[in-house]
Design a protein around this ligand. Sequence first.
Ligand SMILES: Nc1nc2c(ncn2[C@@H]2O[C@H](COP(=O)(O)OP(=O)(O)O)[C@@H](O)[C@H]2O)c(=O)[nH]1
Ligand SMILES: Nc1ncnc2c1ncn2[C@@H]1O[C@H](COP(=O)(O)OP(=O)(O)O)[C@@H](O)[C@H]1O
Length: 205
Amino acid sequence: MRKERGLLIVLSGPSGVGKGTVRKELFSQPNTNYEYSISMTTRQPREGEVDGVDYFFKSREAFEALIEEGGLLEHAEFVGNYYGTPLTYVNETLDAGRDVFLEIEVQGAAQIREKAPDALFIFLAPPSISELRDRLVGRGTETEEVIAKRIATANEEVEMMNLYDYVVENDEVQNACERINAIIMAEHCRRERVEKRYLSMLKGE
Ligand SMILES: Nc1nc2c(ncn2[C@@H]2O[C@H](COP(=O)(O)OP(=O)(O)O)[C@@H](O)[C@H]2O)c(=O)[nH]1
Ligand SMILES: Nc1ncnc2c1ncn2[C@@H]1O[C@H](COP(=O)(O)OP(=O)(O)O)[C@@H](O)[C@H]1O
């Protein structure tokens, strides 16, 4: 029997909304059955970040060479740095029937909508822009200048919300995780139902 291709899950949303926190919580749960795709970036590692775990940290030259070679499923420049998704890992994992989880910003998500329209798109939304600012400031990893740029970008990013299949508010991390898992489960059920219905239609049942 043909092996089902895995589901590509895209979690996106403005910087500081809690994507990383929610993703880490999802992956710390024992029953998680999707794989995380580690991104590449030209940003400097933050304290405690590990190459090959948090990101694959690359020089701009190496990143641009990879773009040229077509080695990225999508890529974007975000507040002065490149970020991108390695293509081979995603394809191989999906082909093996496993779901792949991407945590990326909105420009990259828009590219995936073009290339892989059957992916599942989830937008993580903040309770408010002022709460978003508080979270970015509270995280304490960026300078005031970078925070201001990220907030300006966030105002544009929230306008992209309507391009997503689902919007999940990140009020509490546990709530957001439960909603995301419920959406993924429902999406699998929906796809199975659609496929069954299509098969029986083909068979003239
Ligand atoms: N397009 C794209 N965006 C990414 C990728 N990896 C991470 N990002 C996003 O790039 C933005 C900046 O990431 P980062 O510098 O780690 O900051 P943080 O997410 O606010 O902690 C965030 O919105 C990430 O979700 C990727 O592979 N592609
Ligand atoms: N639901 C939440 N309530 C309060 N603070 C949160 C919540 N989710 C994340 N945070 C905090 O907000 C800050 C930004 O979260 P982070 O996961 O780094 O965001 P992103 O990856 O979207 O940039 C962190 O300090 C994190 O602890």
